[in-house]
Design a protein around this ligand. Structure first.
Ligand code: LUZ
Length: 751
């Protein structure tokens, strides 16, 4: 019986690439990364390393038989550096040896001659020097320029959000095994088996059919598994021996990109009663050295610039700035959290100036049915207000406010704050063509079912959801259904499992394939029992005729159908209908639907030390009709904690040469179980969603943004202690920053 992934994880039985047995003649790889953030490569001397006992090869860019190019959206990413290096950790050479220790030791003997070039690490500096990944993009609605005059209040400011390390369970890694026909099979920890297959074929100069990629499960990072898989494949291809490449955690921290840090300038105009009339924002995205997915992430930043609010005049501009850091990349939320944080900062500043609660402005401007987003799409089945109202009532906002007021009156050195955080997240890849998935379903002669699809399991429970979809559609017990690994020979041209749509897309494809098999089984039953096909259904492993048992179980039906030579396998493809977006005009219908919700976040601050606790997060979340309520609850809770970590503890620091200082979990503080607040989640009831599989809604990313409320709850607590505290909207709001802000000058708190 297939065990659900969460059970395997809890027992420590889930296998990752590094846990897999490998063939006896397997070689081990260590990657030499650039020690310099920007330099011309004058020479790479591998002689001494190659002569080390046990070293089989040292591969550099000149050993690549195909193209030295793995760029995804823009073709600007070499697999191995040649000519110049653009960030510390950029792969330059791969040492292949009989043991990992030998490969790592020999790596130190490679001699590099580098000539330093100027560096830039800050997005705004890069922007000033015109170092851009692509020309800036702008989304416009209405006319901001003429709207300012109609505003009673106009505020301007700046907001910064920091990078975030993914800290996936599994580090990057791959096992490459040469195949007898000249191809290569890769076990890869990738979210994008199709992306790995495409890039490896390109690097090796072979057709895609010669590269098989298999993924059982993985840690995470949308497209950044590709280069490690390609290096292992290159070595296996050249040496005709299996090659294993697993990054140690420290190297993984140093060599791979993070969530993008953003800097932004905002301007917000409102009427005196808090109605937002105009919003102008400039985002500076720190892309790192190459494009990776930055242009797509930048686009999602623009899509979510106005979050859950209706704003008639918007001008949002975003620049993806090229710096000498590892390529920053997809991370839960994909550019949307950075956008939503900026608007909340603007609302906070406006509320402060107007002497009102930010929640007054938030509530006043929530989206309603039929409102239009700046990208031209109208909101359908809008649940922004419903979630807000249910949250404030269910969790009794006014009582909580009064309790906090009393607490603050009674405590001189401890203060509490409370913030509300509404979210609205668009569901679909914003790159329309990616919204497709495939399934291959086999019903075996004994009645067991094997399902392959293009979804990759990364702890989000997609296998369990799809297992349930297949079992429910076929009318059999879930234990009968096994989810196979994700493999490029069973699903071609896979999109990454990303954008929260893994279950949406793959669930639909699997359901379609199951329905095709069911139709054949009904046809067979009809022939057998002299009835029309549509007389039959399957439920609880039983064949039903007009809803009544027809005297045949699922296993009997399948066995007889097999003997009658009925095709018991089906392949299906699903593509999201009715979505389109025109990048020239910046208008369209990019999303199948939106997910809404509201969180109340409460925090307590120790005003003497700057330390704090996020006490509670209380949420009303719109999930449609959940495919798996427990998994979805886990996703919401996990997203909240991750979002709080991004806003509070997690601080990525580099030195002035671009070296990552926070390259392990003692210097990079992530939320743990002691940090995790008490979380209450209520899923909206009567919240059907005809736009997704079995009326469900995607769950992966939207809850992350509730974490933004943690920052503003702390802001409220800081103001309760020191009303004139100066905030620079610079996250993460670490305890050190809180302390510095509270005591920037000689300040003696009232006793
Ligand atoms: N990946 C992508 C994503 O390629 N396009 C998206 O819109 C997206 N959104 C969220 C996460 N990954």
């Amino acid at each position: 019986m297939t065990q659900p992934d969460p059970i395997l994880h809890a027992r420590g039985e889930a296998r990752f690439v590094a846990d897999l047995p490998f063939p006896a003649d397997t070689l081990h790889a260590a990657v030499l990364g650039s020690p310099s953030a920007h330099a011309t490569i004058l020479q790479i001397d591998t002689t001494a390393a190659s002569n080390e006992c046990g070293v089989v090869a040292v591969l550099t860019a000149t050993d690549i038989p195909g193209e030295n190019q793995i760029g995804n959206i823009i073709q600007d990413e070499r697999l191995l550096a040649s000519g110049e290096v653009c960030y510390i950790g950029q792969p330059i050479a791969v040492v292949i040896a009989t043991t990992l220790e030998t490969a790592r030791a020999a790596r130190e003997r490679i001699v590099l001659e580098l000539e330093p070039l100027p560096t830039v690490f800050d997005a705004r500096d890069a922007f000033r020097q015109n170092l851009l990944i692509q020309p800036p993009r702008t989304f416009v609605m209405g006319d901001v320029d003429s709207a300012w005059d109609q505003c009673d209040v106009v505020i301007e400011g700046r907001a910064e959000s920091g990078a975030q390390e993914h800290v996936y369970l599994e580090t990057q890694g791959s096992l490459a095994i040469p195949q007898e026909s000249g191809g290569v099979k890769l076990i890869s920890a990738t979210q994008s088996p199709g992306g790995v297959q495409r890039a490896v074929a390109r690097v090796l100069g072979c057709p895609m059919h010669s590269v098989e990629v298999d993924v059982l499960r993985l840690g995470g990072k949308e497209e950044q598994a590709t280069c490690w898989a390609a290096m292992a494949a290159l070595a296996a291809w050249r040496l005709q021996r299996p090659v294993r490449l697993i990054l140690p955690r420290g190297e993984d921290f140093r060599m791979t990109g993070k969530r993008h840090p953003y800097s932004a300038d905002f301007k917000l105009g409102l009427t005196r009663d808090g109605c937002i009339l105009a919003y102008e924002v400039h985002f500076f995205q720190n892309a790192g050295a190459v494009a990776d997915l930055s242009p797509a992430i930048l686009e999602r930043t623009l899509f979510h610039a106005s979050n859950s609010y209706v704003i008639p005049n918007v001008r949002a501009t975003a620049a993806s700035c090229r710096t000498h850091l590892p390529p920053n990349t997809a991370c839960r939320g994909f550019g949307a959290p950075q956008a939503m944080y900026v608007l909340e900062a603007a609302i906070d500043q406006a509320a402060l100036q107007m002497g009102i609660e930010p929640s007054v402005i938030q509530e006043r401007n929530l989206l309603s049915e039929g409102d239009t987003f700046p990208y031209g799409m109208r909101v359908l089945r809008c649940r922004a207000k419903r979630c807000w109202e249910e949250a404030t009532q269910r969790y009794d906002l006014s009582a909580q406010r009064e309790r906090i007021r009393q607490f603050n009156l009674g405590h001189a050195l401890q203060k509490k704050g409370l913030a509300l955080m509404p979210i609205c997240f668009g569901i679909s890849f914003t790159t329309t063509f990616l919204n497709q998935a495939q399934a291959l379903v086999h019903v075996y002669a004994d009645g067991s079912v094997g399902v392959s699809c293009s979804a990759v399991e990364m702890g989000q429970g997609v296998r369990q959801k799809i297992q349930w979809v297949a079992a429910t559609t076929l009318g059999v017990a879930t234990e009968r259904v096994k989810l196979e690994s994700t493999n490029t020979t069973r699903a071609a041209n896979m999109s990454p499992t990303a954008a929260s749509v893994g279950s949406d897309l793959n669930g639909q494809a699997v359901r379609t394939a199951c329905l095709a098999i069911l139709a054949r089984l009904s046809g067979f039953a009809g022939r057998l029992l002299n009835e029309r096909d549509d007389t039959f259904t399957l439920h609880d492993e039983t064949l039903l005729r007009w809803g009544k048992p027809a005297g045949m179980t699922w296993t009997e039906l399948v066995r007889m159908a097999y003997l009658d030579r009925v095709n018991l396998s089906a392949q299906a493809h699903y593509s999201t209908p009715n979505i389109a977006f025109d990048r020239q005009t910046g208008k369209g219908q990019p999303f199948a639907y939106h997910v809404f919700g509201t969180a109340l976040v409460e925090a307590t601050l120790d005003c003497l030390r700057g330390t704090y606790r996020i006490d509670t997060v209380q949420v009303v979340h719109d999930l449609g009709q959940s495919l798996a309520p427990l998994i979805d609850l886990g996703q919401v809770e996990g997203g909240i904690v991750q979002g709080l970590g991004w806003m509070t503890l997690e601080e990525i620091r580099h030195d002035n040469r671009g070296r990552l200082l926070t390259d392990n979990l003692t210097t990079y503080k992530i939320p743990d179980i002691y940090f995790a607040p008490e979380i209450h989640v209520h899923f909206l009831t009567d919240a059907e969603n005809p736009s997704a599989i079995m009326s469900s809604k995607a769950v992966g990313e939207p809850p992350f943004m509730y974490g933004i409320g943690g920052y503003f709850a702390l802001v409220q607590a800081m103001r309760a202690f020191r009303p004139d505290v100066v905030l620079d909207y610079d996250t993460p709001l670490t305890p050190e920053k809180v302390l510095m802000a509270l005591y920037d000058a000689v300040f003696i708190p009232a006793a």
